[in-house]
Design a protein around this ligand. Structure first.
Ligand code: GDP
Ligand code: IMO
Ligand code: MG
Length: 421
């Protein structure tokens, strides 16, 4: 049995916290896509940890964490992160496993990411520059190197061959930076990687499922950043939706039970691309300040706006969402009036569908205003304690989406989450 937790917006919905919260109910937590472009924040005691490559179940004793074949892995980031996690007394030899089919991010992939972004000028994607796009290009282009290849005695020859190919591309971009220091740390990190548990991920997970183990698949990024269904080309390069779980772990669709979608009580986006409900005024600034909306991976300010039900309904549809977790409800505590986007206006007509090319078509949001609750909610620890106006806001969203919010997160802390009754 496999449940999925994934983001319904443009990423940073609070997936890390929610996966950490539910992890104790599962035997395995598995990442199925994305790479170190992800930044998943959790609190362990008073310490804040941001995970980029390791699944968010890692702080639970007895929970196995698997980096699946659909992920792209930067060994340098992984090594650094393993050191952080080990400083909490976690034994990674016991609870971290990596699929041999997982593609490797090379130093030249990072260089290519940077060169490609620079060449795009004002059309840049706003990539995290972690080498994600070029690594997935080498995967689908059938050139990439995988974790299992590191164990092969001819690895260096394959590396040099691919590096030469990348160098020709970098020359075309006129990319001049010296990356020899990156290569040095890359090879050091490969030695570290070799000592971790490298497994055949698809047998590992299917054998576990067959023996009755419960798996939680952890998404990275968000549905609106999906390579097929996101706001292309302003997207990431992987399948961030529930369909990606099957190809990213090697499991059959019949194994998937719940798809738990995470959304903020409002909306954010980091990087370029269309965002119909974005607020560029002081209300947006206030959301950023109160919500501390700065990227967990790059530190960039996140663009902020009202919740977008057109986009959320689309995300529920393509993922088959069965339950919703709403995060950061407490961030709205001090707002007198809230707005909910219930439709888009396109060429003078109202629609509840996501248009093909949002950045060219520029839909205008149609809003329904809501009274704010104007009351501190972060101290609440039961549904009864939550403001009535917050409950009406949530009920409206449930009705619109036809899927119910089952948990409301009212603070960044591990236990600040309330089950909806
Ligand atoms: P992820 O990428 O989806 O895991 O999300 P990020 O970690 O990038 O960003 C979510 C941010 O919101 C982190 O700083 C979390 O600590 C914080 N956070 C998560 N849930 C809540 C919540 O309910 N309230 C508040 N105020 N902060 C939250
Ligand atoms: P988590 O898992 C928010 C955005 C980037 C950029 C676009 C492409 O923390 O939610 P890429 O590095 O993939 O080439 O960037 O996608 N992006 C994210 N935004 N959260 C993320 O991950 C993101 N990962 C990538 O800002 O616009
Ligand atoms: Mg994040």
């Amino acid at each position: 049995m496999v449940d999925v937790i994934l983001g319904l917006q443009w990423g940073d919905e609070g997936k890390g916290k929610i996966v950490d919260f539910f992890a104790k109910e599962y035997d395995i937590v598995a990442r199925f896509q994305g790479g170190p472009n992800a930044g998943h924040t959790l609190y362990v005691g008073d310490r804040k940890v941001v995970l980029h490559q390791i699944p968010s179940g890692v702080f639970h004793d007895g929970v196995i964490n698997l980096i699946g074949n659909g992920v792209v892995l930067d060994p340098v980031v992984l090594k650094r992160e393993c050191d952080t996690v080990a400083s909490f007394g976690i034994d990674l030899k016991k609870n971290l496993f990596i699929s041999e089919r997982t593609h490797l991010i090379l130093p030249t992939h990072r260089a290519l990411d940077k060169a490609a972004e620079l060449s795009k000028g004002n059309q840049k994607i706003g990539s995290t520059l972690k080498g994600i796009g070029p690594t997935y290009m080498d995967k689908t282009g059938r050139n990439g190197l995988r974790v299992g290849d590191v164990l092969d005695k001819n690895f260096t020859t394959s590396y040099i061959k691919l590096r030469l190919k990348h160098q020709r591309l970098l020359d075309n971009y006129n990319f001049q930076e010296d990356i020899s220091a990156w290569e040095e740390e890359f090879f050091e990190a490969l030695e570290f990687l070799k000592k971790l548990n490298i497994v055949n991920g698809e047998y590992f997970i299917n054998n576990a499922i067959r023996s009755g183990k419960k798996v939680l698949a952890e998404g990275a990024q968000g549905s609106m950043l999906d390579i097929d269904f996101g706001t292309f080309p302003y997207v990431t390069s992987s399948s961030t939706i529930s369909a990606g779980v099957c190809s990213g772990l090697g499991i059959a669709p019949q194994q998937i039970r719940d798809v738990i979608g995470v959304t903020k009580a409002y909306c954010t986006r980091v990087g370029s691309g269309p965002f119909p409900t974005e607020l560029t005024d002081e209300t947006g600034e206030e959301l950023r300040k109160i919500g501390n909306e700065f990227g967990a991976t790059t530190g960039r300010p996140r663009r902020c706006g009202w919740i977008d039900l057109v986009a959320l309904q689309f995300a529920c549809m393509i993922n088959g969402v069965t339950r919703i977790v709403m995060t950061k409800a407490d961030v709205l505590d001090s707002f007198k009036e809230l707005k909910v986007c219930t439709a888009y206006k396109l060429d003078g007509k109202e629609t509840k569908e996501i248009p093909f090319q949002m950045d060219r078509q520029r839909p205008e949001p149609v809003y329904l205003p809501f009274d704010g609750w104007n009351k501190a909610s972060s101290a609440a620890n039961s549904y009864a304690d939550l403001p009535e106006t917050m409950k009406s806001y949530v009920q409206f969203i449930n009705q619109y989406l036809g899927v119910s919010v089952q948990y409301i997160s009212n603070g960044p802390g591990r236990e600040q989450i309330i089950q909806v009754k």
